[in-house]
Design a protein around this ligand. Structure first.
Ligand code: NAP
Length: 527
């Protein structure tokens, strides 16, 4: 039998008592390792993290916790090759796609290590300026933020076992809040290995970081009023979490990053030979194939003026046709596999649903897989769908509400700018929309028009063609999350990420007391 990976809870490595779930190589079909959480003492796990990890972290200043994150980053840097090997085997991703997860996680960690240094030697944050509460300025109100006195339960999706861990854990640990991570079972190996390396290196205080792999059963039951849960995954699981007694009755704070039908929009003023048109085509093809389309931020709907529908279809199809799909160990391969057979089936089912309302503009399934057996591997070449006319874009409701989590997108023609915005809003709230154009005024106005239904608007104009960070790339400096269907959550956004892990309180006192909050005058410890 394959190795059973241990969980790390209550300061000890512990195996589940069940047979476990086997993780599988999605290209070769081999069994890899097993994970199991059966019979773990979850109460002891949460209590240890909350009491020991929390107290130790809160006793440190932001600067000390920032140095701790930097040390975590160094430990992980030294093992990057091992992480890439796990990613190829367990996620079936080509090197560049594994890097989005692995290097993206390390970059985010480094960002928060640097940001933490700027917060200095204090143990709480001042929030805004003092406000006088009466005519006499002596009595004032000052808001402060202190780390929540609980544990952060991080529940992650299968597509980012590294980045998903660190983009949540870095702000939590910097805030002084201990973390228990529950990776998605299908790809739990990389998360488990990273936690193992960090724990074994001894760079974190006891109880600061725990990992539980396998079933999520019972995790939410452990949450107490000052704990928080940060969830990434499907809307269905999000609904279960939101309706759990911990949230409904105990006011556990919850952040949800769910699914999203992200858009790319070519502005009406652009022609088929414009630079902006070329930039849209390039970005769409990249977004459809990167990580086999298994990115929550990937472009799912592409909006072009109706006169450019055929030209856009041809140009995107020509790029997709050049994508070699197959075994990521072969250097000629540009796109690897979907994560497992369940996802392959789910993508095929979603494609059939979309095809009832859209035509197929490019079908890569006729092309041979490279070094991969179609009967065994979970490789699926890209498919571009389309609705031939603007009326079709209106009536095709599945296209606006079915997230196919794979290399699939739909091209939609629009009549005018107002029509494009109406169609985009039918996504009911998305993580990101990208705009392509060359008129700065029109781009800015459209970005503001779309701002209320998106967490991020990514604007690509010719002047930033070689600079922009990519439609789907989540940068720690910018907000990640989206309203409505996207889950209503907020992550990252530089220092904004710390808000979720802090409690804001208004202190009302004499101006002398308020002045004493400044650690330069009188250091205040709240451990
Ligand atoms: P999922 O099935 O909802 O699973 C997400 C996580 O929730 C997994 O760790 C899963 O554990 C756990 N889970 C399942 N049932 C639970 C329960 N009752 N209580 C607590 N946790 C539970 O989603 P997925 O298939 O892994 O991920 C794909 C989806 O995530 C897509 O829809 C994608 O759009 C979305 N996503 C969103 C973002 C974002 O940032 N907005 C990022 C990535 C992915 P098991 O694996 O053990 O079932």
């Amino acid at each position: 039998m394959n190795e059973l990976l241990p969980n790390y809870i209550a300061g000890r490595w512990q195996h589940g008592s069940g047979a476990g779930t086997t993780l599988v190589d999605p290209v070769l079909g081999h069994d890899l390792v097993r994970v199991d959480a059966t019979g773990l003492d979850l109460h002891a796990a949460f209590t240890h993290a909350r009491e020991n990890g929390g107290a130790a972290l809160r006793a440190m200043s932001y600067r000390e916790r920032a140095a701790m994150l930097a040390a975590v980053g160094q430990v992980l840097q030294a093992q990057r090759e091992a992480y890439h090997q796990i990613a190829v085997a367990n996620s079936g991703t080509v090197k560049a796609d594994s890097a989005i997860d692995i290097e993206g996680g390390l970059y985010t960690l480094a960002h928060y290590a640097k940001l933490g240094e700027t917060l200095g030697d204090r143990r709480f944050l001042l929030d805004g300026e003092p406000a006088r509460l009466a005519k006499d300025p002596l009595f004032q109100s000052q808001h402060v933020q202190v780390p929540t006195r609980g544990v952060a339960l991080l529940i992650n999706a299968f597509n980012f076992p590294s980045w998903g861990l660190w983009e949540k854990a870095a702000p939590a640990l910097l805030s002084g809040v201990p973390v228990i991570v529950k990776p998605a079972t299908a790809t739990a190996w990389l998360t488990q290995r990273m936690v193992q390396d960090v724990v074994n290196a001894g760079v974190l205080p006891a109880g600061a970081l725990s990992v539980i792999c396998g079933s999520s059963a019972g995790l939410m039951d452990q949450l107490q009023p000052f704990d928080v849960v940060s969830f990434t995954g499907s809307a269905e699981t999000a609904a279960l979490i939101r309706s759990h007694a911990a949230v409904v009755q105990r006011s556990v704070r919850v952040n949800v990053e769910a699914d999203s039908l992200n858009s790319a929009l070519l502005l009406p003023s652009e022609a088929a030979d414009s630079e902006a048109f070329g930039l849209l085509v390039k970005e769409v093809a990249r977004e459809m194939t990167q990580k086999s389309g298994q990115k929550c931020t990937a472009i799912r709907r592409i909006f072009v003026p109706e006169a450019l529908y055929a030209a856009a279809a041809d140009a995107i199809a020509a790029r997709l046709a050049k994508t070699s799909v197959g075994n990521p160990r072969n250097e000629t391969v540009r796109m690897g596999a979907l994560v497992n057979r369940a996802q392959l089936d789910s993508v095929r089912e979603g494609l059939s649903t979309l095809k009832t309302q859209a035509e197929v503009l490019f079908d890569g399934s006729g092309l041979p897989l490279v070094d991969a057996d179609p009967a065994v591997s979970c490789c699926l070449p890209p498919t571009l769908l389309g609705c031939r006319n603007p009326a079709g874009a209106d009536s095709a409701d599945r296209v606006h509400d079915t997230e196919v989590f794979g290399p699939v997108a739909t091209l939609l023609p629009y009549r005018d700018a107002a029509h494009a915005l109406t169609l985009i809003r039918r996504g009911q709230g998305s993580l990101v929309a990208s705009l392509y154009g060359s008129d700065a005024q029109a781009l800015a106005a459209t970005a503001i028009d779309l701002a209320d239904s998106h967490g991020r608007v990514h604007v690509v104009s010719p002047d930033v063609a070689a600079l922009h960070s990519g439609h789907g790339n989540v940068m720690p400096q910018s907000l990640h999350g989206g309203p409505g269907r996207a889950g209503g959550g907020e992550e990252l956004g530089g220092p904004r990420a710390l808000n979720f892990y802090h409690r804001r309180v208004a202190l009302q006192a004499s101006s002398a007391v308020i002045a004493a909050l400044n650690p330069a005058v009188a250091p205040v410890a709240n451990a």
